[in-house]
Every structure is written in C-alpha cells, then in structure tokens.
Design a protein around this ligand. Structure first.
Ligand code: ZN
Length: 472
C-alpha cells in the first residue's frame, strides 16, 4: 500500500471490524448460544460430545467478550490504531517520541476505556492480558517475572565477568543473499514445513500469516553481513508456520481451528529457534552443509567456535536481536511500563525516561536515541497492550515442551544430530497443534507436561547452557 493510502485504509478496516463485531453479537447468535450454554457458567450441557462442548465454550467466550464492547467503540479503536501506527512509523524514522505522544495518549485512553467495558477483578491490565493469553493475570505473572529477574540478572553479571570472550566475527563477513535464503529454505524443509501448503518470502519484518492450514506464509529478511538474522528468523517463523499448518482443517473457521494462545504460538517458534536451532546437536548435521554453502567464510571456523558465536551473550538495545539470556529482561521492562500505564500509575510523557532507567537497571545500557529505545516496537501503536507477556510465556513453555519431548522421544537428541527433525514436528502436532482451542491454555499445558507454566525448566536450561559456554 502506498503511504498515502493510510487514512483510507484505516476507514476500510474500521468498517470491516464494525461489521464483524455486529455479526458476532447479533440476536441470532445470542439466541443459539442461550439455548446451548448455561450463561452463569459458560459451559455447554453434558449431552454434547467433547469437541462440541469445547466449541460452544470458546464461542461463548468470544461472544461474551465482544458483547461487552459497543460497536462504535470497536470502530473508533480500530480507526485510531491504524492512524497511530502510521504516526509511529514517522516518529520512529525521525526518532522523535514527541511525534508519537499524541497518538499514544489517544490509544491509551481507549484501552483504559476498554478495560472498563471488559471488566476485571484485580487489575485493569488483566482484562487486556486475557485477550492474548486467556486466563493469564497480573497475580500469576508478577511472581513469575520476579523469579526470572532474581536469577537472570545475576546470571548475566556472571557471564559478563567471565574470562571467556566469545568472538562472533565469523557471522559478520559477507554472505550472498540468495544462498542465505536457500539455506533457510533447506532448514524449513527438514523441519517438515510443507511448501505445498506454505510459502517463504521476504519482508521488512519477519512474520507468519495464515489463511488456512493449507495456506501458510512465513517471511524473513536478509542482511549481507549478518548471517544469524535470516537463518534464525526462518527457523523462528517456521515454528509458527508449523503450528498453523498443524491445525485441524476440519475445524477451519471455528475457534477450534485457531491457536490456543499467543504464548503457545511463541513457544513453537522459540522451541525451534532456540532449543533446536541454537543447539550443538542441530549444527552437527547442518554446519557442514552451511560450511559447504559458504566455504570462503566458514571453512576455517570449527563447529565449536560457530556454536559459541551463535550463542554469544551481549546486552543490546533491540529486543528482536536479543540473545536467549537477555531477551526476557527486554520483555520485563515493557510489561512493567505498560501495566503502570494501564493502571494509571505512569504518564505517557514519562515513557522515554521510564524506559531508559529500566534498560540501565536490567541491562546496563542506555539508548542514545528513542528509535533504539521506547519507539522500537509497533505493539503500543497497534493498541496491543498485554501482548508482551506472551513472549516470555512462550520462552518458558518452549523449554517445558522440549523437555517433555525429550522424555517421550528418547532418540530425539540423536535424531536432531542426524538432521531428522520430523519426529519432533510430529510430536508437537499430535500434542499441541491439532487441538486448536479444544482446551484452555493452562489445561493444554497440563495435558502435555503435567504442569502449568513454570520458570524452573527455562532457568535450569539457561544456567546449564551458559554455564558451559562461559565456564561459570
Ligand atoms: Zn514469534
């Protein structure tokens, strides 16, 4: 879309959102649901089979949330978010927070209004969290983040104090664009990403979009002097793509044909990107192929050196480039700030200083300009308050699921080292993908691992991995 089309597009999307909302909350849908659902519990009668009960429960959830929002509010919010995104693009390009501030104020007011419609018990932030991660609350997340902070910040300090210096210059020579994409494609094929039902293309920011389990599209981006960027965004988006290809096509168009939560979706991308893609086992098979693809740059770089380079820890300003150890510290500061904004404990004009203070406290660095700080993410301009925690939940779930997969697939390590990734994809499809929203996120996590979300496996994994790499 040309930049000049932005305002008209905002109106078009707002109109569609309004129509979709009206249809969902129509008297017809309401009378059907009232026949089949006990509105006091949100549960369907016992005589329905399990998929039907789940379908009714989830449809009721969507309906009752939507019904709390007036149609004119839905249209207003959609329009303002489209406009704010355009203001954010300009503000970020010029690194001027003041150019985004008026839009941010508007969006924040609307999101606070939304929490009043949706209702909540403890914090208004809960109402927004529930949009992205059904069932998640501040009461659950606060201790979880506290446990992470208590062990991640000291671990980072120990890594920084280590005498081991990891050199990653081998990743920043000149790498041919086409060959980078071809290698990414090769890994996607090995993961079982089905190119009959999926595509790989280029875009400014990597993402995954899905129209049907038979039409899934992932994108990547390529930088000549940054080998990890294309490589890991292919694997990351591939993980999202496998989830979307693994949804049951029989349930297409219904809640059961949708992913269960954003935290679960992110767990799939992070499992493939980190637990698999940044493991030594994975590169035992794939590194010789990568060396063969880029002999001039990598022939003289041993596997151990390459493995260390792709796992180098370095506090950085930009979330999407963060390593596994510092990533959740980036999320933590965003969650603390947005929760304070929604609870009206912080003011939008103070955002840059709130941001920079926390960057200094958690990561020991301060951005020189807002484009590398508070303006870097699109989420707030989209009105996506409550979205950020799902990244951390995804990281925690990814390790929980991977540990469980190792228990149930005793050959997994050897299979990965031999480049056989399909057994893992199959396990994830059977355990997670195919179920869509059949179970709530917490119920599904318990079915797969026996536990709800917990930080312990993730912290153990990081401490072991970086303990070995940095000889702590
Ligand atoms: Zn992702």
């Amino acid at each position: 879309m040309p930049a000049g089309g932005g305002a008209a597009r905002a109106e078009q999307i707002a109109t569609l959102e309004g129509l979709a909302h009206e249809r969902l909350v129509s008297p017809h849908i309401e009378s059907l649901l009232n026949e089949w659902i006990d509105p006091s519990t949100g549960q369907a009668a016992e005589h329905w089979d399990e998929p039907s009960r789940s379908l009714l429960r989830e449809t009721w959830r969507d309906f009752s949330r939507a019904r709390k929002l007036p149609s004119d509010f839905v249209i207003r919010l959609s329009r303002e978010c489209s406009l704010a995104q355009q203001a954010w693009v300009t503000a970020r390009a010029e690194s001027q927070f003041s150019k985004f501030l008026p839009s941010l104020r508007t969006i924040l007011d609307l999101k606070c209004e939304e929490t009043q419609y949706l209702g909540y018990r403890d914090s208004p932030y809960d109402a927004l969290l529930d949009t992205y991660e059904p069932g998640a609350t501040v009461g659950q997340l606060t201790p979880l983040f506290a446990q992470l902070r208590a062990r991640l910040v000291p671990l980072l300090k120990r890594v920084q104090a280590s005498k081991v210096r990891i050199d990653d210059t081998c990743l920043h020579h000149s790498f041919d664009h086409t060959k980078q994409i071809e290698f990414g494609r090769l890994v996607l094929v090995a993961m079982g990403y089905d190119f009959e039902r999926g595509r790989l293309d280029l875009s400014a920011h990597p993402f995954t979009t899905s129209f049907h389990p038979t039409d899934v599209r992932v994108t990547t981006r390529v930088f000549e002097k940054d080998l990890p960027s294309c490589l890991f965004s292919c694997i990351h988006e591939g993980g999202h793509g496998l989830y979307d290809q693994g949804l049951d096509p029989r349930y297409y168009g219904s809640p059961l044909g949708e992913s269960v939560s954003l935290g679960f979706h992110e767990s799939q991308s992070r499992l493939w990107e980190n637990c698999v893609g940044r493991s030594r086992a994975f590169w035992q098979c794939f590194y010789p192929i990568l060396q063969h693809t880029f002999p001039q740059q990598l022939a003289g770089v041993p596997l151990d050196q390459f493995y260390a380079a792709i796992n180098r820890v370095t506090p950085s300003l930009i979330r999407v480039e963060a390593d596994e150890l510092t990533y959740n510290l980036h999320i933590m500061l965003r969650v603390e700030i947005e929760q304070a904004l929604i609870e009206r404990r912080a003011h939008p004009e103070d955002l840059p200083s709130l941001w920079n203070d926390r960057m200094e406290a958690y990561l020991g660095i301060t951005p020189a300009q807002d484009a590398d700080g508070v303006l870097q993410d699109v989420h707030w301009s989209m009105g996506a308050f409550g979205y950020f925690p799902t990244y951390t939940l995804g990281n925690l779930y990814s390790v929980q699921f991977f540990e469980q997969a190792k228990l149930e697939l005793p050959q997994l390590e050897e299979q990965i080292a031999a480049g056989q990734l399909v057994p893992l994809r199959h396990w994830l499809e059977q355990k997670i993908h195919r179920w869509g929203r059949m179970f709530t996120p917490d119920h599904l996590a318990r079915r797969v691992t026996g536990n709800g979300v917990t930080p312990e496996p993730f912290l153990r994994y990081l401490e072991a991995k970086y303990g070995a790499l940095y000889r702590l």
